[in-house]
Design a protein around this ligand. Structure first.
Ligand code: FES
Ligand SMILES: [Fe+2]
Length: 372
């Protein structure tokens, strides 16, 4: 959504991606293999699964993952694949198991940690040992109250991948915040259009007059400009205090947010599927999920301090409504982009100086996609 970037830091000759990257199913396949199934991806908030046995299912390409809070209160992720004849076990998007997970075909049963604890009539099978058939597990990490999963067989260490973000967001204390509201959007555009659109505010004066009245599209700086994490901040105009319909704070600023952070919004893309926006009094995050080459699913959640939500006396809707409107403006233009890019007459064109984060995203993306 943001970011001034000075022209001199734009890589020489940086152009938009070619048409194929938005329309070719083979490239989408590469994206699944090299980005979504081989990286840490955001799978929501730890508190989405507050109680033992609560689960959510994440479907991505041909894979399906059960993310669950086990009976010790720890989050785990398992492939949603029965170890007997491979059947997908869990069909619901969310739910709660009491003590075990049972396959609906022949009743093989797993505990919440994924261990096989029941396999009818298999005792009679020579050499069969239940301990050899747990659900396949998936790497999971928690960061700032978010769940990340990595479906790779050899996942890179989460801590080292996320080292550039260490302590960067501590003033917002994000792990203590609670989701007030989540909206789901279905966008008829390639998933990268959503990320790229988020990474610039060149479009703000035309597409978002309301947002442009809150922060000037030239009034920011990037502080992360290469690799999987990209973003920076934008200062509010003098007569504005936050990004809300009224332009005022919709509740008191978060405890740790002080000084210049009271006058700014920070926007970060956390590749491949998360967008994080930090305001003085609330935090918003998006997740972006490809759904074919020309569609994607986007979720947007608004997080507030626990006492703000509990008191019920603040107009948090002021923030939700503003961004819901702005999101829809962004999806609308992303859908038009998809339609135009599909034309045989679309060809890459130079990025402006305000779009250097897109050039950086494309660079990161191409490096990943072109890896064998
Ligand atoms: S396939 Fe799951 S129990 Fe047979
Ligand atoms: Fe926008």
């Amino acid at each position: 959504m943001a970011f001034k970037k000075t022209a001199e830091t734009l890589p020489k000759g940086a152009h938009t991606l070619g048409r194929d990257y938005y329309v070719n199913p083979e490239i989408l396949q590469k994206e699944y293999e090299n980005l979504f199934l081989n990286n840490w991806i955001c799978a929501g908030r730890s508190l989405d699964l507050a109680e033992n046995g609560q689960y959510k299912v994440i479907n991505i390409d041909t894979e399906s993952v059960i993310v669950i809070r086990d009976d010790n209160g720890n989050l785990k992720a398992h492939f949603n694949v029965c170890r007997h004849r491979g059947t997908r076990i869990c069909k619901n998007e969310t739910g709660q198991f009491s003590k075990s997970i049972q396959c609906g075909y022949h009743g093989w049963t797993y505990d919440l940690k994924g261990k096989l604890i029941g396999a009818p009539h298999m005792d009679a099978v020579d050499g069969f040992n239940k301990k050899d058939y747990p659900l396949h597990s998936i790497a999971l990490a928690e960061w700032e109250g978010f769940i990340f999963i990595n479906l790779s067989d050899e996942p890179k260490d989460f801590e080292s991948v996320f080292a550039p973000l260490k302590d960067r967001f501590s003033p917002w204390n994000i792990s203590d915040l609670i989701v007030m509201e989540t909206k789901e959007y279905h966008v008829k555009g390639n998933w990268k259009l959503v990320i790229q659109n988020f990474c610039e505010c060149y479009h703000c004066p035309i597409l978002h007059p309301e947002l442009a009245a809150i922060h000037n599209y030239m009034g920011g700086r990037n502080d992360l400009h290469e690799g999987p994490f990209l973003g920076g901040y934008m200062d509010f105009n003098d007569d504005k205090d936050s990004i809300t319909t009224s332009g005022e704070l919709c509740c008191p600023p978060l405890n740790g947010v002080k000084d210049e952070n009271l006058n700014r919004v920070y926007y970060y893309a956390i590749a491949p599927n998360m967008l994080l926006s930090l305001h003085p009094e609330y935090v918003m995050y998006h997740t972006v999920w490809p759904d074919g080459v020309d569609k994607c699913k986007v979720t947007c959640s608004w997080l507030f301090a626990k006492d703000v939500i509990a008191s019920g006396k603040y107009n948090t809707k002021d923030a939700v409504d503003f961004w819901d409107m702005t999101n829809k403006q962004d999806w609308y233009i992303s859908e038009l982009s998809q339609l135009g890019i599909q034309s045989k007459k679309y060809s890459p064109a130079p990025y402006s100086g305000q779009e250097s984060l897109l050039a950086a995203f494309d660079q990161y993306y191409l490096d990943k996609i072109n890896k064998k």
